[in-house]
Design a protein around this ligand. Structure first.
Ligand code: UFG
Length: 343
């Protein structure tokens, strides 16, 4: 019998990829998701409980039914720009919801929590690469809500004897190499899917927000990490806590910065399509460069990104936008239909 783990936000992009891997590793991922931003079709490796993390009673019922050994808490709102115009929603869901999840955990004797945090908690970094000892000074309500979540978890852990793994993602991207899952946010604001949408003609052009930054080619530099690598980091964090390992807060990145122009080049080369570009002013709040020092995750979890080179990212993401990479390995398939395994 597979061992149950409650996965809040398991119908979302990173959550669904993690559920697939948890199932392959012998766990039963029980998805708890209000489907506000997640997709029902992305839940295929365990039961789906439709519920909101702010609904304590529904959470308690799900925990009572499935008796999970740990909670992997992905559920959150995650658009930086939206958090500026709708801070109430962000604090209610990301802070209030996290408190409800932690209370449900402690009142049910669940003492292992894995939390989705973000490089957004660092704000505009003073130095690169960003290590875990860099000051956390978020510049958006989203970033602040994630930092508050971290602090609350650390206080709960100290007082109530919980163990946690706080994972600070850099730029999540890519898609399941087997083609069963992909990145499809509504609205889609992230760079790589939007570049693929431009290449496939779904949008007229990719808008580039600034080409006059103090970087090698003038465009912003980010640390793009493949969602399959992120999923594997969650599995490692869960196994670490199950083995009695100590709580930790670690960056999940590659350590390598990639510019927007390098991504445009990769998409053009791999899809053999022209990528129409429209240059626009800078987007408020964007740091010029942001990439991780990934060494602590390696020391503590034995985790390193392995599938996050830009070609692998683009090759796995392209089929979801109707684009078959020019020389796609057979195993990846060219289909964008989502096939399912039995629950
Ligand atoms: N960009 C464009 N055009 C677009 C979309 C993005 O030029 O259409 C640029 C952005 O200005 C930025 C880079 O591409 O320089 C990456 O932008 P994304 O929106 O894909 O990602 P961000 O780096 O802004 O956001 C990521 C995570 C957030 C997190 C943030 C912290 O998605 O959750 O990093 O900085 F909060």
């Amino acid at each position: 019998t597979r061992r149950p783990v409650l996965v809040t936000g398991g119908a979302g992009f990173i959550g669904s990829h993690t559920c697939k891997l948890l199932a392959a590793a012998g766990y039963l991922p029980v998805v708890y998701d209000n489907l506000g931003r997640g997709n029902r079709k992305a839940v295929a490796w365990g039961p789906l409980v439709v519920g909101d993390i702010r609904d304590s009673e529904a959470l308690q019922r799900a925990i009572g039914t499935y008796k999970p050994l740990a909670i992997v808490h992905f559920a959150a709102l995650a658009y930086v720009g939206e958090s500026v115009s709708e801070p109430a929603e962000y604090y209610a869901t990301n802070v209030g919801g996290t408190i409800a999840v932690l209370d449900a955990a402690r009142t049910n004797g669940i003492d292992k929590v894995i939390f989705s945090s973000s490089c957004a908690t660092y704000g505009v970094p003073e130095a690169l690469p960003v290590s875990e000892t860099s000051p956390q000074k978020p510049i958006s309500p989203y970033g602040r809500s994630k930092l508050m979540g971290e602090e609350i978890i650390r206080d709960y852990a100290a007082a109530y004897g919980m163990k946690y793994a706080i994972l600070r993602y850099f730029n999540a991207c890519g898609a399941d190499p087997e083609g069963e899952l992909g990145e499809w946010h509504t609205p889609e604001t992230h760079l790589i899917p939007r570049v693929l949408m431009a290449a496939s003609g779904m949008i007229a052009a990719i808008e580039i927000f600034g080409d006059d930054y103090e970087t090698a080619d003038g465009t912003c530099v980010r640390d793009y990490i493949h969602v399959s690598d992120l999923a594997r980091a969650h599995l490692k964090a869960l196994m670490h806590l199950e083995a009695g390992g100590d709580s930790l807060s670690v960056n999940l990145g590659t350590g390598k910065g990639i510019s927007i122009k390098e991504i445009l080049d990769a998409v053009g080369r791999i899809t053999s399509r022209p990528v129409p570009v429209a240059y626009k002013p800078r987007r408020p709040g964007d740091p010029a460069g942001l990439f991780a020092d990934p060494s602590l995750a390696r020391e503590r979890l034995g985790f390193m990104a392995e599938n996050s080179d830009i070609d692998t990212i683009v090759r796995t993401a392209a089929p979801f936008f109707g684009l078959a990479p020019a020389s796609m390995p057979k195993a990846f398939g060219a289909t964008s239909t989502v096939s399912r395994v039995k629950r």
